[in-house]
Structure formats: C-alpha cells, structure tokens
Write a protein that binds this ligand. Structure first.
Ligand code: SF4
Length: 423
C-alpha cells in the first residue's frame, strides 16, 4: 500500500516551526536542559559505578527481549500465584476493554503517569465511558487541565513555565494562585488528597517487572503513585511486555540505571508491588484487603512490541528504559520540546511511533526530522543506535514496506495464557 505522507507532513512542519518560536517553550527548555546536565554530571560523579551497571543492564535487556514470550508467561503465572489476576492484551483495544471491564460503570479513577496510558489514550477512553479520571502526577495534572499531551516522557509539562501554571491553576481552583512553585504544588496536594481516598480504582504503569516473583517496580518522586496504588480498593497495573526481566535482582539493576540516567541519585520512592494487600495477623489466617487494595490486576500490553522484538533491525529499541536522557541532548528537542513526536518523542520516539503508535505513515515526519547526529546514542545508557534504525525505517518508506506484515505468532502463543475476566 502506498503511504500518504502529505497531510501529516504539512501539519507537523507547521507545528514544529511554531514551537521553535514559542517564548514559553524556549524559556522552559533552557531551564530544563541546564538543570538536567548539571544534576546528571553531579549524580554520575557521586555514583561512578553507574556506567558499568548500565552495561550489565544492556545484557539483561538483550536476554529478556530474546526470551520475552517465556518471560511473559512466567510473569503472568507469578502474578496469579500472588493472588492477583494477569491478562495479556494483544493491542490497544483489548487493553482498554479489559481496563473498562475491571473498573465498571460510574467509577472514579486516580492514575499515575504512564507512557503506555498515553500510547493507548487511556484517560480519554475511560472518560468517554463515563469514568471520572484524575491524573495524580503534577505534570500530567497540569496537562489534563490544559488539555494537552506530554512534552517529555518524565517531565510531561516541561514546556509550561510557572507563570503559566499559575494562570491555569487560578482558573481551575477559582482563586488566585501565585507563580510560586511551592504554592502551586501545595494547591494540588490539597486538592488531590480527597481524590485518593474516595477513588474506586488506582491505575499505574511499572518501570520494570520481575518474571520470577511477579514484582512490579515503580519509580517515583512525588508520592502520588504510593497513594494511588495504595489507597483505593482496586489497583490495576498496565505495563508493556518489554518491561519484563527474568529476576527480581535484574529488575533492581534496571531500576537503578533508569533513575540514575533520569538524573536522580536515588528517587523519592521505589514501590515494589506484587499482589493485593494482605494480613495474617489474626490466627495466621491470610486475609486479602488489609490497608491496601483487595483486588490487584496486571494487564500486559503488546500492541506491536512483539513485532519489534522479532525484527533484529529494531529489537534494540525495546531496551529503552524511558529515562528521558536522550531528549535533553537532542538538538531538535531542545528548541521544539515534545513537538518532535506525538506520544513517544525524539529519535527513539520515531521508532516507537512506527511500531506501536500509528505505523510508518504517522512516524514518517518524525523520521525525517531526526538529524541522525548520534548525540542520543552518547547519552543513552542502553547505547541504542537510533540513527541506524531511523535510516532503516526511511529505507522501508522508500521501498513501500510496511511494519510486520502478517506476523502474529506471539499473540497466538501468549493469548492462550491469558485469563478471561469471566473465569
Ligand atoms: S533511548 Fe536511551 S536515553 Fe533515550 S529514553 Fe530510552 S534509554 Fe533513555
């Protein structure tokens, strides 16, 4: 099939040019890039073993992606053993339908930041179903009010300076909120408290999953994940299948490298969640639903990842830890923020867009925006060769090839392992 590139290219080019002239974006990006470079340099000096650990994690990820179908089955079995319920969703539609079915009608959801959620448009879908959804991550909350998409995978509202945040909050809360970051944070904290304890369901992603134990490792700083996964009676984890590694010890190594390259010496919180809350304090009888959620669900989402895993030209893109480091060093991202991309941003984002978020047609403008300068490879803890993959995808466009024609083997294999909700 011939690709129609004209429409997206024109709109995208207009958007990119506008962004490069936006004073708010320029101000916010200059602050963010400086802060990222300073903090990362200091962090690496304090924890000099990090590059060696990153090399070890490259090996762990290579092995994990090669064995993904087996690890997926193992992870699902571990979740079930821990008294949770595990599901495999082969695409976005299946993932959304599962989530909606678990949540039920007329409910309130508190949600942690999740790129997968953005990929499948989770909040928008649930809102259409009549669910009240609150983004609890501060940056995501700002964007929810601003009705915009994230401009960075870790700092979604990176392009919104404090002055603009004050305007947005003053309008939403119906009172004057000064352009003072501490005051802005305090205002959201007060508003969100009540939401955590009255919500029916908490939804989170996971940074890494250990197949042997079924442990979900979730890194955060704000404490919002803690509250949204701990306070409501039901917790749903929605996670991409590429996040699974063989063991708990592997998972902790992946987590450490992720937060270090995301510029943290140590994050505020590392949540390890493996099942519903429980107690055995009365007569040693295990009872589920103590202080935390009584019900725990994990939806493992494929949505094009298994196709990427099986194509040796692109499987390395699945090693991405979503640390966000490459974006700060990308010369295009530095002047346009997240306008260089849709859900997944920058050079690595163009590859992910091609496989999981719109196909080659959608990814084409991004693939031709990338300068292939290689600065991202230098910064990346996984040394992902983005320029090489961008070149391969451009070749596919020129040759009229499509992503993964007719390759659905994995979906058939693991589909059998998935549980039906009614069972
Ligand atoms: S491509 Fe590398 S640097 Fe960029 S977000 Fe992924 S792991 Fe981090």
């Amino acid at each position: 099939m011939k690709l129609d590139l004209t429409k997206d290219f024109a709109e995208y080019a207009k958007d990119l040019n506008q962004a490069s002239r936006d004073a708010n974006i320029q101000k916010a990006m200059a602050r963010a890039v400086k802060s990222y470079r300073d903090t990362t340099a200091e962090t690496m000096k304090r924890y000099p073993h990090t590059p060696d650990l990153a090399l070890e994690v490259q090996g762990i990820k290579t092995n994990a992606i090669e064995n993904n179908p087996d690890l997926l089955q193992q992870a699902m079995a571990s979740v079930e053993r821990n008294k949770g319920k595990a599901f495999y969703a082969k695409d976005a539609e299946a993932a959304l339908a599962l989530a909606a079915q678990i949540i039920g009608k007329g409910k309130t959801v508190v949600k942690g930041k999740s790129m997968l959620g953005e990929e499948i448009h989770l909040r928008e879908y649930l809102e259409e179903q009549g669910t009240e959804v609150w983004e609890t991550d501060l940056g995501e909350f700002i964007l929810q009010l601003k009705k915009e998409r994230p401009m960075h995978i870790l700092s979604p509202a990176i392009h919104v300076p404090r002055e603009q945040v004050a305007e947005i909050f003053s309008k939403f809360f119906g009172k004057e909120v000064p352009p003072d970051i501490a005051a802005e944070v305090a205002q959201v904290r007060e508003f969100m408290r009540d939401k955590y304890f009255t919500a029916d369901v908490g939804i989170s992603g996971a940074n890494v999953v250990a197949a042997d134990t079924g442990a979900m490792v979730i890194i955060e700083n704000e404490g919002n994940v803690r509250l949204s996964t701990g306070a409501p009676p039901v917790h749903i984890v929605m996670v991409g299948i590429e996040k699974i590694v063989p063991t708990f010890s592997d998972a902790m190594k992946v987590a450490e490298v992720t937060w270090r390259y995301a510029q943290y010496g140590i994050p505020g919180y590392v949540n390890i969640i493996s099942g519903p809350s429980k107690t055995g304090d009365i007569e040693k009888v295990t009872t589920y639903g103590a202080h935390g959620p009584k019900e725990f669900y994990v939806i493992f989402v494929d949505n094009g990842r298994s196709l990427m895993a099986r194509d040796e030209r692109f499987s390395q893109a699945l090693h991405c830890l979503r640390c966000g480091g490459c974006m700060y060093e990308c010369p295009v991202f530095q002047v346009t923020a997240g306008h260089f991309g849709y859900t997944y941003l920058g050079g690595i984002g163009s590859i992910w867009t091609a496989f999981v978020s719109g196909g080659l047609e959608k990814a084409a403008p991004l693939l031709y925006t990338c300068l292939r300068c290689g600065r991202c490879v230098e910064r990346c803890p996984m040394s992902i060769n983005v320029p090489e993959m961008v070149g391969q995808l451009r070749k596919m466009i020129v040759n009229g090839e499509q992503i993964g024609d007719g390759d659905l083997t994995l979906a058939a294999t693991v589909g059998n392992a998935s549980q039906a909700l009614s069972s």
